[in-house]
Write a protein that binds this ligand. Sequence first.
Ligand SMILES: C[C@H](O)[C@H](O)[C@H]1CNC2=NC(N)=NC(=O)C2=N1
Length: 98
Amino acid sequence: MAELLTEDQIDDALSHLPGWRRDGATLVRSAELASFVQAIQVVNRVAEIAENDDHHPDIDIRWRTLVFHLSTHSAGGLTSKDVALAAEIDTVLDALAG
Ligand SMILES: C[C@H](O)[C@H](O)[C@H]1CNC2=NC(N)=NC(=O)C2=N1
């Protein structure tokens, strides 16, 4: 099972993840896409990644704005899995923004 990150490790990870903030035991990022359809495309891509990694985000969908909350429920907080998933979500969002 993934180990909980220390406060220093969380701060270091956030310094490499602009766009993400910490809310207690979760990493949070919101993103506004060009349309609702594009937002759902992002959700579908992230769903594939989550299934591959067996690590799943909470996703709030409001028209074309998505809010992702990442936490490792089994560990009760933030682990390297959340940091890795945050970076993968960034890659999906960057691909659509380009
Ligand atoms: C059995 C399986 O590995 C677990 O249920 C996984 C699935 N996806 C998960 N996702 C998240 N975010 N936290 C978990 O603890 C978790 N556990």
